[in-house]
Ligand binder design. Structure first.
Ligand SMILES: [Fe+2]
Length: 262
């Protein structure tokens, strides 16, 4: 079901009664992954970090006969939330985000669901656990659905998002990563909002083996590594400095784990 002539870059990953739809969109040099988890029986869906190209995301959701029950936001950096107001307006569904960051989004009051502390909720028939994981930003949240963690910029396969002031804090990030380690099992799948080499959906034990930030167990060593002088040189490009990609997607049933998307 890939668009003809487009790069295909999305998987449908069956896992019991839940399925995962993946979009890749945004700045070409550091594209975002936008995820939709849906119940294959009820068709209820949760959309995670729709930063770009909301019309394409809504179109695909409509083509699949899904009912969007919630949008969830890991944090309010623009590349994660650009399309949220448009999708919220069209769908009318609730939007979950940290109480610390909700004022940065212009949404109807009735649709805002602020999260303050770890919190479980249902989006139709899909159960979602929101875990506070500050550090990349002060309101960063990781969403856990089944055996999957949607980590935003808190945790990538081989790294982590920056901890830039005033919102970021490396000590908070250290504690958040310890928290994720305590919550995850080896077969938990990690779905970050960006990737370097490893494709989204890596097992947590694999991520632990390749991610220096997870391997550091001393807070001071972590702080020093996180704030190393040359690190900011590798931050993502500013908006507008590279071409914006059109959303590309495909649906290919796979048994797991995720196939290479490159
Ligand atoms: Fe971010």
């Amino acid at each position: 079901m890939a668009d003809q002539g487009q790069n295909t870059d999305v998987i449908l990953d069956l896992d019991g009664r839940l399925a995962l739809l993946v979009f890749k969109a945004g700045r070409a040099a550091f594209a975002n992954y936008i995820y939709a988890v849906f119940d294959i029986r009820s068709r209820d869906a949760v959309l995670i970090d729709p930063g770009w190209d909301g019309d394409t995301v809504l179109r695909v959701i409509g083509e699949l006969g899904l009912r969007l029950r919630a949008v969830v936001v890991t944090h309010c950096h623009a590349d994660h939330v650009n399309a949220v107001p448009h999708i919220a307006q069209i769908s009318g569904c609730p939007v979950y985000m940290s109480i610390q960051e909700h004022k940065s989004l212009d949404l109807p009051r009735a649709q805002i669901r602020t999260l303050d502390g770890d919190y479980s909720f249902s989006a139709g028939t899909v159960s979602v656990l929101a875990l506070e994981t500050p550090g990349h930003t002060w309101g960063s949240i990781t969403y856990v659905i089944g055996k999957r963690m949607f980590t935003g910029d808190t945790l990538f396969a081989e790294g982590c998002g920056l901890c830039a002031a005033p919102s970021g804090n490396s000590d908070d990030l250290f504690r958040s990563l310890q928290k994720l380690k305590s919550r995850a099992t080896g077969d938990t799948r990690v779905y970050p909002a960006h990737r370097y080499r490893a494709v989204p959906g890596q097992r947590f034990d694999r991520v632990q083996s390749i991610n220096m930030y997870l391997r550091l167990t001393d807070p001071e060593a972590f702080r020093a590594f996180c704030n190393r002088p040359n690190r900011s040189a590798k931050k993502p490009p500013l908006p507008g400095t590279v071409p914006v990609m059109t959303t590309i997607y495909d649906m290919t049933p796979i048994a797991a784990p995720a196939t290479d998307l490159s």
